[in-house]
Design a binder for this molecule. Structure first.
Ligand code: C2E
Ligand code: MG
Length: 269
């Protein structure tokens, strides 16, 4: 019954302006500077309050509503980034946008991204699209065509949840992906799990060789952060650095960043 109520609610969420984006900072591990933000969808439900994607993303995906919601995410995130870049004179600030597998099955996605780029006048290189599910090589015709179309626009493509999905070496080597995100579960127990330490080290070494950038996600402790630094990991995200925030809060963080106070310096105990 709740599922039904949510599905009915989702049909109206766009026009009722109930979706919001929160943003989680991504930092450069060597300098500690904020280099980008990941856009994370939230639904301000009239009865249940602010809902995380786990509660409604599966319904968006199974109902087909993911296409219109996804379009809203892309437009909103690009507009927001353009605003921040101009206001704080941070032309290199980047944004990460998550894509559902269903979105890749529609070639129109390329048009949607192209329009968002034109409307916001952003450098396409500042946009990183995160693909959640597995192997690019084994994707079907339409999906591959969509991915190629996106590449042609100049946006960056990234594999999310790396280490938990099926990914062929070919998928990494064909120049399709610019980066991958180490899965949160690999990072979570890294200080206690020798095997995860070795996997992470090896994955980062492999990425180096292929000229792929690596982000570690879900960093919650200083020792995890130090370990990843010692592995030469490029970028980092996690509650230790910052939780996802509302746009207004991001503006405040960006203001102090350009004043020279890095998030990490403030977040560190
Ligand atoms: P994701 O892309 O792996 O995003 C990271 C998730 O981990 C976020 O959950 C974030 O709040 C959480 N997180 C970040 N740092 C930490 C940490 O240190 N510890 C822990 N325990 N968690 C951390 P969130 O916002 O609930 O999003 C869940 C997933 O929903 C995302 O996983 C992404 O796959 C999907 N998603 C979010 N926004 C969108 C969207 O706009 N479109 C699509 N298609 N999927 C989205
Ligand atoms: Mg992601």
């Amino acid at each position: 019954a709740q599922h039904e109520e949510l599905e009915v609610g989702l049909r109206h969420a766009l026009v009722r302006d109930e979706f919001v984006l929160h943003y989680q900072p991504r930092i450069d591990l060597t300098t500690g500077r904020l280099i980008g933000l990941e856009a994370l969808l939230r639904w301000q439900h009239p009865r249940f309050g602010l809902l995380a994607p786990a509660r409604f993303l599966p319904i968006l995906e199974s109902s087909g509503l993911i296409h219109s919601a996804g379009e809203w995410v892309i437009q909103t995130a690009c507009r927001q980034l353009a605003g921040w870049q101009r206001r704080f004179e941070l032309p290199d600030l980047s944004i990460t946008i998550n894509l559902s597998p269903q979105q890749l099955m529609h070639k129109r996605l390329v048009e949607v991204v192209a329009t968002a780029l034109t409307d916001s006048a952003l450098d396409p290189g500042c946009i990183e699209l995160e693909i959640g599910d597995g192997d690019i090589v084994r994707k079907r015709g339409t999906e591959l065509e969509t991915l190629r179309g996106l590449r042609k626009l100049g946006v960056r493509l990234s594999l999310d949840h790396f280490g938990t999905r099926d990914v062929s070496f070919e998928s990494l080597d064909n120049g399709f992906v610019d980066s991958f995100v180490l899965d949160r579960n690999l990072v979570a127990d890294i200080m206690e799990n020798d095997s995860h330490q070795r996997i992470v080290r090896a994955a980062i070494a492999m990425a180096r060789g292929l000229d792929i950038e690596v982000t570690a996600e879900g960093i919650e402790t200083v020792s995890q952060l130090e370990f990843l630094k010692s592995c030469d990991c490029d970028l980092a995200q996690g509650f230790l650095i910052s939780r996802p925030m509302q746009p207004e809060k991001v503006s405040a963080v960006l203001r102090s960043e350009i004043a020279g106070t890095s998030l990490l310096a403030r977040g560190m105990p």
